[in-house]
Design a protein around this ligand. Structure first.
Ligand code: 6R9
Length: 626
């Protein structure tokens, strides 16, 4: 984009937002084009967020049907499995056919508009078809990352009342098998109401099939009709639920609706990546996360840009996996996470340099702040110093990118997401909720107004949505992120300011880890904080107080790891478990995480005022045992 084009977009939004948003909506195929754009109010008495409310459309038709006339046999997605080079391409016609077959199978099992369907799958083409099939018939998909435990899956099933799970026999990552179907079986024992489990064959590994409940995709695929009409959906009909960790309690079901989400993803995909005819787009995010929804799947499919579905890890079989794959497939845009960049940077330049990466034209990063050192390596070594980097800041809640430099229009700064996209109004506020004006300032990042991709509610708990995001600073959406605006007016996200830890770009709630730890019978109390980690960005540091008379040791550490793996998943296992005789508390009994954070960070000279503690002595013990 040129600076003039970007300025024109900002100007168009400022002068007539209604026309601006309807203009963006024209990117999609609508059954009925909307006359309304945004209608939002964040007041307690009349809270609502609606976009393109009178519009009617179907997202799966926008991803598939619209391409069939002219390019049915073009590549829609490229499956790149764990085993390098063992993948295949899937055309729009093929993806359309499988989507329709899945849609019929779901309908046969009684799934209709508004019903929730869980998807617990590896990154295989059938997962894309399953998601698109839900969208096609108006069912609400809820994808759960394969790294989450059966108990986590069960909690999500119960929360949204799903009756169907789509899974695979096993996943394969980094040469290791993941027992997805067995996990689903365990989840079904814990949850209520699952009537159907559809199992796709990935490895052919042995699984138990439960008569009447489970069916094999391959046993039905060929008999199912490869055509299925797309259900006309109101723009505000829910499209999906994606669970994400917050600062309190169990994960919340973030609800995105059809029209606004689709418009925002299509718009941002176009602005940020400027797709071109010969592009092959590779976003390494799993469909279990929002980035996988918006930019591995929906964004590129809507745009007609072939997209890579990668079912592996960047460091397997070796550190040149990404670069070897880029050369073999001819990838033009790579969109990945800082944690992957740091892990690969550690392996040196040689694994990168031995591949040419000629096809690459643009690099992107997402998920956590990127440290300038990693940014420079990404730019200089991976990008040979000549490819732009889009450092895209956004959240599960925002549906798509909100801040990023735009190649050609914004100058890049290593570590800064720079500027908001047109239509997005960030502001910084202080602890008292006052807006901080001017430049070279820091505060909590909020957003004024709304944009089409904004989440609509928390599934089953609309009050929690309002309480979590709109009460800290009334009238504003609070992101949970801290942020600096530098002297040039560019934004630098400094990380979460709430009790969310960003481990390798994955959001983990401290409350969830704490409740997993205290589930162990010997644990009296636990407090969990984030601490800087070279590769993961943040690691989890857990302070655990055992019951009186119990002594911490390796055995208990192992048991606590198992506890976290059971309740959440291996991704939430603490980096460090520190046994503590007591936790620092105020006289009213509140744990002072500020102090624990400083101890975990090793900033022992910055513990601040400890005089208000009920027992200042506990801090000395924590510092000593650190
Ligand atoms: C898309 C996604 C959201 C949180 C967000 C922030 C962090 C994401 C970032 C970034 C700095 C970036 N984050 N992108 N921080 N620079 N470019 O990651 O969604 O999983 O919901 O995480 O990730 O802290 O609040 P989600």
């Amino acid at each position: 984009m040129t600076p003039t084009e970007l300025a024109a977009l900002h100007e168009a939004h400022a002068s007539d937002p209604h026309a601006f948003w309807l203009e963006q909506a024209r990117r999609l195929d609508w059954v009925t084009f909307p006359e309304r754009s945004g209608d939002t109010s964040f007041t307690r008495s009349d809270f609502h967020i609606r976009w393109f409310e009178d519009g009617i459309l179907n997202l799966s038709a926008n991803c598939l049907d619209r391409h069939l006339a002219e390019r049915a046999n073009d590549t829609a997605l490229v499956f790149e499995p764990d085993e390098p080079g063992a993948g295949r391409s899937v055309t729009y016609a093929e993806l359309y056919a499988d989507t329709c077959r899945f849609a019929h199978l779901l309908k046969e099992r009684g799934v209709g508009k508004g019903d929730r369907v869980m998807i617990y799958m590896p990154m295989i083409p059938e997962a894309a078809a399953a998601m698109l099939a839900c969208a096609r018939i108006g069912a609400v998909h809820s994808v759960v990352f394969g790294g989450f435990s059966p108990e986590s899956l069960a909690g999500r099933i119960d929360d949204c009342g799903a009756r169907v799970v789509i899974t695979a026999d096993e996943g394969v990552r980094g040469g290791k098998r993941i027992p997805l179907k067995a996990n689903v079986d365990a989840a079904c024992d814990l949850a209520t109401g699952i009537e159907t489990v559809i199992v796709v064959t990935r490895t052919g590994g042995e699984v138990t099939m439960c008569e009447g409940r489970d069916l094999r995709w391959e046993d039905h695929r060929d008999r199912l009709e490869a055509d299925c009409p797309a259900e006309p959906m109101a723009a505000e009909d829910p499209l999906f639920i994606l669970y994400t960790s917050g600062s309190t309690g169990k994960p919340k079901g973030v609800v995105h609706t059809t029209g606004g989400y689709a418009v925002w993803v299509a718009t941002t995909f176009d602005w940020v990546f400027e797709p071109q005819v010969d592009d092959l787009f590779w976003c390494t995010a799993d469909i279990g996360w929002i980035t996988g929804h918006s930019y591995t799947l929906y964004g590129p499919l809507m745009a007609g840009t072939p997209t890579v579905m990668f079912d592996g890890v960047p460091t397997w079989p070796d550190a040149s996996r990404l670069w070897e794959t880029i050369d073999r497939l001819g990838v033009t845009i790579l969109y990945t996470a800082p944690t992957a960049i740091r892990a690969l940077m550690r392996e040196g330049d040689e694994p990168v340099k031995k591949h040419r990466r000629e096809s690459l034209r643009l690099l992107g990063t997402v998920g956590e702040p990127i440290n300038p050192e990693a940014w420079r390596w990404y730019h200089d070594v991976v990008g040979d110093g000549r490819r732009a980097i889009v450092d895209t800041w956004w959240q599960t809640e925002t549906g798509g990118v909100l801040m990023t430099p735009l190649p050609g229009a914004t100058s890049m700064k290593p570590g800064s997401a720079t500027r908001p996209l047109p239509g997005i109004e960030p502001l910084l506020v202080d602890a008292e909720g006052r807006e901080i004006h001017g430049d070279d300032v820091s505060g909590n990042l909020c957003l004024r107004g709304s944009w089409p991709g904004q989440m609509r509610t928390v599934w089953g708990d609309p009050q929690r949505f309002i309480d979590t995001y709109f009460t800290t600073y009334p009238g504003l959406y609070f992101t949970g992120d801290g942020c600096r605006r530098d002297g040039d007016g560019d934004y630098w996200i400094t990380g979460r300011v709430d009790d969310v830890i960003n481990v390798s770009g994955h959001r983990i709630g401290t409350a969830e880890v704490e409740s997993a730890l205290v589930a162990h019978p010997l644990v009296a109390e636990a407090a969990v904080v984030g601490a800087p980690h070279d590769l993961k960005g943040q690691g989890i540091h857990a302070f655990v107080t055992l019951n009186a008379g119990e002594e911490g040791g390796e055995d208990i550490v192992r048991e606590l790891h198992a506890e976290v793996r059971k309740h959440i998943g291996a991704l939430a296992i603490p980096e460090r478990i520190q046994f503590a005789p007591g936790l620092p508390k105020t006289r009213s009994g509140k744990i002072m995480r500020r102090i624990l954070r400083k101890i975990a960070e090793g900033q022992l000279d910055q513990l601040g005022d400890t005089s208000t503690l009920a027992d200042p002595g506990v801090v000395d013990a924590l510092v000593r045992d650190r």
